[in-house]
Write a protein that binds this ligand. Structure first.
Ligand SMILES: Cc1cc2nc3c(=O)[nH]c(=O)nc-3n(C[C@H](O)[C@H](O)[C@H](O)COP(=O)(O)OP(=O)(O)OC[C@H]3O[C@@H](n4cnc5c(N)ncnc54)[C@H](O)[C@@H]3O)c2cc1C
Length: 418
């Protein structure tokens, strides 16, 4: 299959996509967003819809990084047992993440159906499968807490969750009715077009190399051009430390790898499915392709990189997972990798990085950005107009002591700070 090497190699990029031209003139806006993944695009749309003056720049094609390379799951309830999240973040913190997930799904549904955007959005529900008794007991043990917090997950027969021949590979199955799935690139390009129609200045293939705060404005080196903005928002995911090196201790890159088969004329699954503590996942697209990925745990050390691509070891493990689900030989049409930004405590950094210099961040979704970002950016829009946004208060970047130490604030981004 011929493939334009300047475009991502994921399944979602197989069909022609919308191109957003590079910035070829100076740009003056109130809010400039760096990064055109789900975070940047949903924020740009929200602000433009409110009548704000907003620009967005991405160094590559829009949705060319994680947002155009993921599995397209919209999940609110966690892949791992809820009790683990409570242990990490406390009950309120864990509940806040669930609620952001539910609001994100609602926001995406409203946008996809209301605008409308043809992006194969479906509310399918989702599955969690376990491989061992220990994993099953942990998930079962979390059900009452999940239900109490308003997110019912229920145990179902394995035979209702996987093909009959694969039942012996798993220990138990759990269903979440409210989750869904979509075609991420169709959704994001559709939304970016709508944002542009509302006045957002959106440009791809325009890298932000640096920025300085001068006389109450950010002066931004954007490709060959200069952009100026009163407020700068970093929606740069795993790549954020390249602009703010001090964030390197808080957001680290992790690669995820995926395979997509040829279209199959039989059903392998009807719902997005997670297994083995969330390290393995799969779904089937409307045209019948099985998309299966994860297995990062077979080679943890090698997957802590910020370059896209695949490795033989992880790809072989994913193929093993595919053979468990599909017994006959099938052609693999796509293989790809994408870079996730993992935050140190597993929760994104959403809020002011330096309010006195009008610098904000929305990054570090730790592998769950499709299911979390759209509500975070809705709240972020409130924050940018100096309102309180309780839904994201537990994601305040200043929960990390490292940021409290930056007393003089951040007045310069990019190579000059490295
Ligand atoms: C294989 C894989 C599967 C996944 N599956 C799911 C899933 O099913 N469900 C889910 O919820 N999440 C999933 N995720 C995670 C999800 O894709 C991410 O959390 C989400 O896409 C992050 O979105 P973002 O906009 O913050 O970052 P990104 O999509 O990474 O966007 C950041 C953008 O910033 C741009 N950029 C960076 N630096 C600069 C600069 N200096 N100048 C200009 N632009 C810059 C980049 O080009 C990029 O486009 C998966 C991720 C991977 C890799």
């Amino acid at each position: 299959m011929d493939h334009d090497p300047t475009l991502p190699d994921s399944l979602w990029w197989a069909a022609p996509q919308t191109e957003f031209a590079p910035l070829d003139t100076e740009l003056d806006v109130d809010v400039l967003i760096v990064g055109g993944g789900i975070t940047g695009i949903t924020l740009a749309y929200t602000l433009a819809d409110q009548g704000a003056s907003v620009g967005l720049l991405d160094s590559g094609p829009l949705a060319g990084e994680a947002s155009g390379r993921n599995a397209g799951f919209l999940l609110a309830a966690p892949a791992e047992p809820y009790s683990e999240r409570i242990a990490l973040w406390g009950r309120e913190g864990a509940r806040a993440v669930l609620q952001i997930g539910r609001r994100t799904h609602q926001r995406i549904r409203d946008l996809a159906q209301g605008l409308p955007i043809d992006c194969e959005y479906e509310q399918t529900g989702s599955l969690r499968l376990t491989r061992t008794r220990e994993e099953s007991e942990d998930l079962r043990g979390s059900l009452p807490e999940l239900r109490h917090d308003g997110f019912p997950m229920r145990e179902i027969e394995l035979a209702d969750a996987v093909p009959a021949h694969a039942v012996g590979r798993f220990d138990a199955a759990f269903e979440v009715p409210e989750d869904g799935q979509l075609h991420p690139v169709k959704f994001l390009h559709g939304l970016a077009v709508q944002a542009a129609k509302k006045g957002a200045r959106i440009h791809g293939r325009t890298k932000v190399n640096g920025a300085q705060w001068q006389s109450g404005l950010w002066n931004v080196q954007a490709g060959e051009q200069t952009a100026r903005a009163r407020t700068l928002v970093l929606a740069t995911n795993a790549f954020t430390p390249r602009l703010v090196p001090s964030l390197g201790a808080l957001i680290v890159p992790r690669r995820g790898q995926v395979i997509a088969t040829e279209p199959l004329d039989f059903t392998v699954t009807t719902r997005p499915t997670y297994a083995h503590w969330g390290y393995q996942y799969w779904r089937q697209t409307p045209e019948g392709r099985v998309l299966i990925g994860g297995w990062r745990d077979v080679d943890f050390d090698a997957e802590g990189v910020d370059v896209n691509g695949t490795s033989d070891k992880v790809q072989a493990a994913i193929e093993g997972g595919l053979r468990e689900l599909v017994q006959k030989e099938v052609r693999i049409d796509h293989r790809w990798g994408g870079i996730m930004g993992f935050a140190r405590d597993g929760r994104p950094l959403v809020g002011w990085l330096d309010p006195s210099h009008h610098l904000a961040i929305c990054a570090g979704f730790t592998g769950h950005g499709m299911g979390m970002a759209a509500a975070c950016t809705q709240d972020m829009a409130e924050l940018l107009s100096w309102k309180r946004a309780m839904g994201i208060s537990s994601f305040d970047p200043h929960r990390f002591p490292e940021l409290k130490q930056l007393r003089e604030g951040i007045v310069e981004l990019g190579a000059a700070r490295a």
